[in-house]
Design a protein around this ligand. Structure first.
Ligand code: ZN
Ligand code: ZN
Length: 422
């Protein structure tokens, strides 16, 4: 029995999956608050041993189906504090209270509702066709990807104690490529990221008497500019990194020099050595500028979140890409570009020691994408993940992501009666 046979029932399942997607899209939930989402997904895991509340709101479905490899399929399920502006009739109007107690709009602006629907569909089809494969299937609905620590939370809460570790970990993301396209990449596919909070301490006082103070606003200004020299002056032209100061807060009034300034810094890199070099440079510059300003106290640098590059295991990626080419035809399977976005997907492979592969599935109107590329207007015309206008087209996006998961899982599970390849 082939993937095509297992997927024969997908046509019949699609109306149900469309309903699930629209429901999740209308009811987005912030990181670690995915209670309704988790319950809806857990409820649909027919035939699985279901474990809920792993790492907060994570869900694990286990399907033990005889001796053979263990394949982990992962989808993230959280939404973002973004106000939806897609104009769709199923657009979210949800507002919620975030972790800091602020009321914020909520939207599935990263497409995790699509990921959850894909995995729910694949889990259903693989359970119904369990005579077609052998091994153990771990279906993981992960909370808190946008917060950066959802994968870690599930792993620390004993994810791998339930049914053991996987032999391979597979995951996917919807991107603004043409719907129906599948993009794979050997080796590094997504950047490492670090979020830093920097507190610069000065000495406050009257705005009219700066000579009595150490002004943290001026100090912060020179830190921000100097940080921009890291990539331009310290990183080789053949390497790459990003240093962004996304938030800068100081002061309350025009005539008061404040006591401190707070910066939030984001770092991205594709190489661990480059990443460490950038982080060391941030530390050196922040301390150096504070010393130069005569700050009464050293600055404080706290790492808020961070995770490494997403690296695809090359042999596993080759197998997977081959099976995608065979199923979809080579014209629909493209090489993914390097993505400066980041993912905590790599934690599952990192913590279990299993090879992992992460790939991308297009969700934008393919004709519009080709037109935009031809006009050099892709960035302007095709809304990307995290945009309030990010709106994957339902078809064939819904179908394609279920197909990739089923084809991918079957590539690594055993065929009954065949010699086991663990
Ligand atoms: Zn995202
Ligand atoms: Zn995402």
């Amino acid at each position: 029995m082939t993937a095509r046979d297992v997927l024969a029932r997908l046509d019949g399942l699609l109306p149900e999956l469309e309903k699930l997607y629209l429901d999740l899209h209308r009811h987005p939930e912030l990181s670690f608050a995915e209670h309704r989402t988790a319950a809806e997904l857990a409820r649909r895991l027919t035939g699985y041993e279901v474990h809920t509340g792993i790492g907060g709101t994570g869900v694990l479905g286990v399907l033990r189906n005889g001796p053979g490899p263990t394949v982990l399929l992962r989808a993230d399920i959280d939404a973002l504090p973004v106000e939806e502006k897609t104009g769709l009739d199923y657009a979210s109007t949800v507002r919620a209270t975030d972790a800091d107690g602020n009321e914020v709009p909520v939207m599935h602006a990263c497409g995790h509702d699509m990921h959850a629907t894909w995995l729910s569909g694949a889990a259903t089809l693989l359970a119904e066709a369990r005579h077609a494969w052998q091994g153990t299937l771990l279906v993981v609905f992960q909370p808190g990807e946008e917060a950066g620590d959802g994968a870690e939370a599930m792993i620390h809460d004993g994810l791998f104690d339930v049914a053991g570790g996987p032999d391979v970990v597979l995951g996917q993301h919807v991107v603004p490529g043409g719907a129906g396209w599948v993009l794979t990449r050997p080796g590094v596919i997504m950047a490492a990221t670090d979020a830093l909070r920097v507190v610069l301490r000065g000495r406050g006082g009257h705005g009219a008497r700066p000579e009595c103070t150490v002004d943290p606003v001026v100090l912060a200004a020179s830190v921000v500019l100097r940080l921009q020299t890291i990539v331009s002056r310290e990183i080789s032209a053949t390497e790459s990194a990003v240093v962004t100061v996304g938030s800068l807060h100081a002061g309350t009034a025009h005539n008061v020099i404040p006591e401190e300034a707070v910066l939030e810094v984001n770092v991205r890199a594709f190489d661990e050595a480059v990443r460490q070099k950038v982080l060391a440079a941030v530390e050196r510059i922040v301390h150096g500028e504070a010393a130069t300003a005569g700050a009464p106290e050293p600055p404080e640098i706290t790492r808020v979140t961070g995770f490494g590059v997403t690296v695809n295991d090359e042999p596993a990626n080759t197998r997977l890409t081959g099976s995608f080419r065979e199923f979809f035809g080579p014209e629909r399977v493209l090489e993914a570009p390097l993505i400066t976005g980041s993912e905590d997907f790599g934690e599952f492979g990192g913590a279990s020691g299993a090879p992992s592969v992460f790939w991308l599935v297009g969700g934008a109107d393919a004709e519009a994408v080709l037109e935009a590329i031809a006009a050099s207007r892709f960035e302007q015309d095709i809304p990307s993940n995290h945009s309030p206008r990010f709106a994957p087209v339902l078809h064939p996006t819904l179908r394609t992501g279920v197909e990739t998961l089923v084809v991918g899982a079957l590539e690594f599970l055993s065929v009954p009666g065949e010699t086991l390849t663990a």
